[in-house]
Ligand binder design. Structure first.
Ligand code: GLN
Ligand code: ZN
Length: 766
């Protein structure tokens, strides 16, 4: 028997984002649901066939989703809050879309379920809502239908479901709090999963995969018991020889491996990319049940570099020391990588051969399995192995000596800003002549159709660079004038020249590459196209200086320069695998530091360095937070700004407020001011700020920019008062939640006007 290959999940949006286009077309009323269903069916067939042709043994089904697999699971368990059920749609897809994105129309008016980041990825899931009225039972037939759909095509699939433990840990009550997991709820969920297993057994399935990524997090009281209780009820439903694969990813399960291995799963999926050492150690220590197959997750589902076959074979071998029953698998779903390198010819063959997207990873998976079956002689003779090895031998890219020398010469002082913050804050208030409660925005102003059209015309060569620049300058003139008119204190240039806050910088740095079509699903039909870090990073030329100084030349007010920070640039790119993230971040930090100093030299006195993705990559286990991330990410940020004058004010921005648990680390970034999202949800972070004697001045967003509604003066005034109850007026800034680029001018300016007005009213009372 040759070694089994298993794919955890496959991208569903389509090589040309067909699903996105079909669904968005339906939302806009361009076509009916039939077309969406037909596109979905075609994509499923294409994706299954691709995997079958690549020789994959365990091909996933039910990994398809119109929007999100966690939402699908909620619906399957009938976890549908009544407000959506009450809309009484004829088609289940419409209920699903209402839960995912809200609904406003003849049937009613409901907001969407909340959305959160899926572990450390940039994928977002919808948070299931369970309350006392929830009646959990098997609802619908999606997983069974898709299994039979594949079967009719002659493809025997492995159904995949979000497991009950992860589902319950991610679900919230109606107040968005973690659930009280009473016996009734746990039993009801377990019963549905048991029923699902029984049904699949009857349909002739051989393997069913339950994804339990939540198992890689630190355990709270009761977690292990919960996991055991659930599966003790589910596993006996294995009838007719159906096998259960417990699949884990995004980290290791060393702390529960022993318990889990005693439960009698037929397969245990281990991530040997992100949880390698701990998982291997646990397997070595506790062994494996005789009838359990280990699924060695060796094909990276989170990055796009070619697999190192020799390394993967080493991992498979290590497991084979413990058990002969080893299958080869993707380390997590391939959902998080782009579809295929086909069509990326612009990169050139020499570059392209270093990358494997989802389709190419199928071939890698098969190759690793086949090589693991080959004897030493055959391996020696294998071209496949030799060619693969060549990718990793020698130098792929010439190191940049100058960058290495600069980094080597750095000392702690280079990342230490002087004088101390309190002193700087005093000097800055004087130098910048800012009033109490200074008002500002987060950087971008609406990217109107006109702005996007101008950029498209520049790209197509229909508009000259000069005309484009003149156009951008006219946009800057306009927003500067409008900001002055409504009376904002610290102005911005509007970021009209940027397509994206990461790609724009990447394109102006050495070391980056860009793809044409390498889209990855971020949420629903939204996709992102991260740039690739290919070599050592350095700044080629000043990036933003011309725009910021132009804006400053148009006004006597202070104009804030606008940069993306090193941690965020790296986290929203495909990082290199041949050097550490720490090193790449430090290189980026030096590049942005050059930009900061040039901005300062050009007369920019306030500089904002956005770190929107800093929290996203915080390791899943608390014990790793500092060692594996914050200990270098925070100093890298400091390196960016530490060399500026005391009177130059450094801002940073975060698109979320959940940093109360790392509050000291955020303060240790040593920025002078931080703005963050705070208009939705509670203000716990403000308590944390208070309790920690947070030194950084703060700008908690006073209104929600993700919504088109215009907040009234009263409403904002009330919000400011609420904030003032927790934050010292001398350290408070007034700003919206985030950048305004996705909004229209018609709602942006009235909202800002109300914000400034509300601030004036509050100021007068202080
Ligand atoms: N300066 C950026 C903007 O205003 C920040 C965006 C973000 O935080 N995601 O668009
Ligand atoms: Zn933001």
């Amino acid at each position: 028997m040759s070694t089994l290959t298993s794919v955890s999940g496959f991208p569903r949006i389509g090589g040309d984002r067909e699903l996105k286009k079909a669904i968005e077309g339906y939302w806009k009323g361009k076509h009916g649901l039939d077309q969406v269903r037909a596109t979905a069916k075609e994509l499923r067939e294409r994706h299954w066939r691709l995997q079958a042709e690549a020789g994959i043994d365990l091909i996933p089904s039910n990994d398809f989703s119109y929007y999100d697999q966690v939402l699908d699971t909620a619906i399957l368990l009938n976890v549908i809050p009544q407000r959506y059920d009450r809309l009484a749609f004829e088609n289940p897809e419409d209920t699903l879309f209402a839960m995912a994105r809200g609904y406003q129309g003849p049937k009613g008016d409901v907001t969407a379920l909340p959305m959160k980041k899926w572990f450390t990825t940039n994928y977002h899931y919808l948070v299931p809502e369970i309350d006392s009225a929830t009646d959990i039972h098997l609802n619908g037939t999606k997983p069974f239908d898709e299994f039979e759909e594949a079967k009719a095509l002659g493809i025997h699939t492995k159904p995949v479901l979000v497991g009950p433990y992860t589902f319950l840990k991610l679900a919230r009550n109606a107040k968005a709090e973690p659930l009280e997991l009473d016996k009734g709820l746990v039993n009801a969920v377990a019963a549905v999963y048991a029923e699902i297993l029984t049904r699949f057994a009857a349909l002739g399935a051989t393997w069913v995969q339950f994804d339990e990524p939540y198992l890689v997090l630190d355990k709270e009281d009761g977690d292990v018991e919960l996991f055991k209780t659930l599966y003790a009820k589910i596993l006996p439903a294995r009838t007719g020889g159906v096998k259960v694969l417990l699949n884990t990813y995004f980290g290791h399960i060393a702390d529960v491996y022993e318990t889990v291995s005693l439960l009698g799963f037929d397969g245990i999926g281990l991530d040997l990319i992100e949880g390698r050492d701990e998982n291997l150690e646990a397997v070595g220590r506790y062994g494996v049940g005789e009838s359990t197959t280990l699924f060695a997750g060796v094909i990276n589902g989170r990055n796009i570099w070619r697999n190192d076959y020799a390394a993967s074979l080493g991992l498979v071998d290590a497991l084979r020391q413990v058990t002969p029953n080893v299958a080869v698998a993707t380390a997590c779903s391939l959902l998080h990588v782009p579809f295929s390198t086909a069509g990326e010819d612009g990169l050139g063959d020499e570059v392209l051969r270093h990358f494997a997207f989802a389709v190419e990873k199928l071939g890698e998976l098969r190759a690793v399995a086949d090589l693991s079956d080959a004897d030493e002689e055959a391996k020696k003779a294998s071209d496949l192995l030799r060619e693969n090895q060549a990718l990793f031998d020698g130098t792929r890219v010439e190191p940049d000596r100058a960058v290495a020398d600069r980094l080597a010469a750095l000392t702690d002082e280079d990342a230490t800003r002087l004088p101390a913050r309190a002193e700087r804050q005093r000097l800055q208030r004087e130098a910048l002549h800012l009033p109490l409660l200074p008002t500002t925005t987060i950087g971008s102003f609406p990217q109107t159709a006109e702005v996007r059209a101008a950029r498209a015309r520049l790209r197509k060569g229909e508009l000259s660079r000069e005309d484009y620049d003149a156009f951008i300058r006219s946009q800057i003139d306009q927003v500067i004038a409008w900001q002055e008119q409504i009376g904002l204190d610290v102005l911005v240039h509007g970021e009209f020249e940027r397509n994206d806050m990461v790609e724009y910088f990447g394109q102006r740095l050495n070391g980056f590459l860009f793809t044409r079509n390498a889209w990855v699903q971020s949420y629903g039909t939204r996709c992102v196209k991260p740039p690739i870090v290919w070599g050592d990073v350095s700044r080629r030329e000043p990036i933003t200086v011309a725009w910021s100084s132009y804006a400053q030349s148009r006004t006597n007010h202070v104009v804030k320069g606008m940069l993306t920070g090193p941690v965020t640039i790296l986290n929203w790119s495909w990082p290199r695998e041949d050097v550490s993230n720490e090193l790449q971040t430090r290189q980026l930090a030096l590049a942005i530091r050059d930009e900061v100093l040039d901005l300062e030299r050009a007369g920019i006195r306030v500089i904002q360095i956005d770190e929107a993705a800093l929290r996203e990559k915080l390791p899943l286990r608390k014990s790793d937070w500092h060692k594996k991330y914050l200990d270098w990410a925070i100093p890298a940020f400091r390196l960016v700004h530490a060399a500026v004058q005391p009177t130059t004010q450094i801002h940073t921005h975060m698109c979320y407020s959940e940093f109360n648990d790392i509050i000291r680390d955020i303060d240790a970034m040593d920025a002078d001011v931080i703005s963050f999202e705070a208009s939705r949800g509670d203000l716990v972070v403000l308590d944390a700020i208070h309790d920690a004697h947070f030194e950084t001045e703060t700008g908690p967003g006073v209104y929600d920019i993700h919504s088109p509604r215009i907040p009234s003066v009263d409403e904002i005034e009330e919000r400011i008062d609420e904030i003032l109850a927790k934050v010292d007026a001398g350290k408070l800034w007034i700003n919206p939640d985030c950048g305004l680029k996705t909004r229209g001018n018609e709602e942006t300016w009235p909202s800002l006007k109300n914000m400034v007005e509300a601030t004036r009213i509050v100021r007068a009372r202080l």
